[in-house]
Ligand binder design. Structure first.
Ligand SMILES: [Zn+2]
Ligand SMILES: [Zn+2]
Length: 268
């Protein structure tokens, strides 16, 4: 198993996504400084149709991203550096991910980061738009489809909906159960995302809490046979291994089993 203190992070961004700072080199330098064991890059994938281009690199930047990762891996000094991408789910992109993105030698894994979902023919943002039961249902369907697609190594922040769906009501329970059941069936790890701990807290009728990770979700997760993965979701080089201890504390609190990351990456 990952020893408690071992610095491992498979969720890292770069300046290319336009809302993070630092280059591959900067993250690697910080990881080495912190005696990192594994550093996986998972910047937001470019998309061939340019959709959501304000929060991702463009297609003509992916080669440079991969070159930077390859170069860093050549002088890794004991740090295991792995290339990947964080990918939105939409069925029209699945063949692009499989046939083009995963065909790159450098891109060894995909992270399912569902920030957009479709409802009644229109796209919505998981940050802010999930305020009704219908929205939560539509968002959940996207996570379920992502799990079902078999192209992802793990599901990032499956509890992201809690940033704007404030109540832990029947719909929240039933959608969470659906996600947990699917993850357990497909044996795909769910991420306890550390970025939530570095964002401002929100106030709900039940009191003040983090937007995510959502305690209720992870408490419920204890009833399922799932594995979790604890990541920083670094958008700043200084955060390369930040908040992972807090994510692990959530896992420990609810007795959730962490995936063995060395075993996971060996399979990439
Ligand atoms: Zn991001
Ligand atoms: Zn991310």
């Amino acid at each position: 198993m990952n020893s408690v203190a071992e610095p491992i992070n498979l969720h890292t961004h770069t300046f290319l996504c336009k809302h993070a700072s630092g280059s591959v080199k900067d993250y690697v330098a910080n990881a080495k400084e912190k005696s990192g064991a594994i550093l996986g890059f998972s910047d937001h994938t470019p998309l061939p149709d340019g959709r959501w281009s304000n929060v991702r690199m463009s297609m003509d930047q992916i080669q440079g991203y991969m070159d930077d990762i390859d170069r860093a891996a050549e002088s890794s000094d004991g740090l295991l550096i792995i290339g990947g991408l964080e990918c939105e789910y939409a069925k029209e992109y699945v063949s692009f991910y499989k046939e083009e993105i995963l065909a790159y030698k450098t891109i060894r894994y995909l992270v399912a980061g569902i920030h957009y979902y479709k409802r009644s023919g229109s796209w919505y943002n998981a940050y802010g738009d999930i305020t009704t039961m219908k929205d939560l249902g539509a968002y959940t369907d996207f996570i379920l489809a992502a799990i079902d697609s078999d192209i992802y190594a793990f599901i990032a922040h499956p509890d992201l909906f809690a940033n704007c769906y404030l109540e832990w009501d029947e719909q929240a329970v039933s959608c969470s159960k659906a996600i947990l059941e699917a993850a357990s069936e497909k044996k795909i790890p769910l991420e306890i995302n550390g970025y939530g701990f570095r964002k401002p807290q929100i106030t709900t009728q039940q009191g003040t809490r983090f937007m995510y990770p959502l305690d209720n979700f992870w408490q419920l997760a204890a009833e399922y046979d799932i594995r979790v993965i604890c990541n920083s979701d670094a958008h700043n080089p200084l955060d390369v291994y930040e908040s992972i201890d807090r994510s692990r504390a959530v896992a420990q609190m609810y007795n959730l089993k962490e995936i063995d990351c060395r075993e996971l990456v060996a399979g990439f």
